[in-house]
Design a protein around this ligand. Structure first.
Ligand code: CA
Length: 224
C-alpha cells in the first residue's frame, strides 16, 4: 500500500511517515498543497492523509481539484481547526474521513486500514487464497494452521496481491505500491522477482501465478 502525506508541519509529517513505514506502507510526503496535488496527480496512491490548513493550496481546494480530475483515492483529512464547520467543508469537498489534531498515530493507521478495506471489493480484514490466510490487522500470515514469518516487503506484496485477487497486476503497479518507487524500475524489477520467489518458497509455489508480459496475480481459479 502506498500512502501520500500532505502536511506542512515537518515534524508531524515525519512522525506520521516513520509510523506508517513501520506499519510497512510505502510513504511519500509533500509539505505544501501544490506539491501534494502534483504528487497525487502523477502517482497512484492507496490513501492520502491531507492536512486542511496548508500553504500554497488549501487542503479543501486540493481535495476538490482531485475529485474534479476523477482521482478517487481515499482521503483522510487532518484538521487542527476547532468546531465542525471545517470538517463539514472537508467532507463536502470529497474527503472520506477526518482526524482532529492531536491524534494517536495508531488511530490514523487503523483508519487507513478501514478506509482501504471499504474501497476494495473484499471488506474483511481477513484475506485468503488456497490454504494461505492473512490477518491484515495483526499482519499475521498462516499457511494452514502454521504461522509463517515474512519480511516486511514480502508481507506488503502478498497483501496487495490478495487485496486485488483475480486481477493481474502489472510489474510497475506492484513496484509502485510495494516500494513506492517510480524510478529505477529495472532494479526493483529484480527485487520484485526475488520477493515473489521467497513468497512461493514460504507459502507454496502455486499461490502466485505469473502472468506473462504483465506481472503477477493470485487467484483461486484453478484453470489459470
Ligand atoms: Ca497545517
Amino acid at each position: 500500500m502506498r500512502i501520500l502525506i500532505v502536511e506542512d508541519e515537518h515534524q508531524l509529517a515525519r512522525n506520521i511517515q516513520k509510523y506508517l513505514l513501520l506499519d510497512k506502507y510505502a510513504v511519500d510526503v509533500a509539505f505544501d498543497g501544490e506539491e501534494g496535488l502534483n504528487k497525487a496527480m502523477t502517482n497512484d496512491y492507496d490513501c492520502m492523509v491531507l492536512d486542511l490548513n496548508l500553504p500554497k493550496l488549501d487542503g479543501v481546494e486540493l481535495c476538490k481539484e482531485l475529485r474534479k480530475e476523477k482521482k478517487n483515492m481515499p482521503i483522510i483529512m487532518l484538521t487542527a481547526r476547532s468546531g465542525s464547520q471545517s470538517i463539514i467543508t472537508g467532507l463536502d469537498a470529497g474527503a472520506d474521513d477526518y482526524l482532529t489534531k492531536p491524534f494517536d498515530l495508531s488511530e490514523l493507521s487503523a483508519r487507513i486500514r478501514a478506509i482501504v478495506r471499504r474501497k476494495s471489493e473484499n471488506r474483511s480484514p481477513l484475506l485468503s487464497s488456497k490454504n494461505v490466510k492473512v490477518d491484515t490487522n495483526s499482519q499475521q500470515v498462516y499457511k494452514g494452521e502454521v504461522k509463517v514469518s515474512l519480511a516486511p516487503k514480502e508481507y506488503v506484496l502478498l497483501e496487495y496481491l490478495l487485496r486485488n485477487k483475480d486481477r493481474a497486476i502489472t510489474r510497475p503497479n506492484l513496484i509502485s505500491h510495494v516500494w513506492g518507487a517510480q524510478e529505477d524500475q529495472l532494479m526493483f524489477s529484480q527485487t520484485l522477482d526475488v520477493h515473489i520467489a521467497y513468497l512461493r518458497k514460504k507459502l507454496g509455489k502455486d499461490l502466485i501465478t505469473t502472468v506473462p508480459g504483465c506481472g503477477y496475480m493470485i487467484t483461486d481459479n484453478k484453470d489459470v
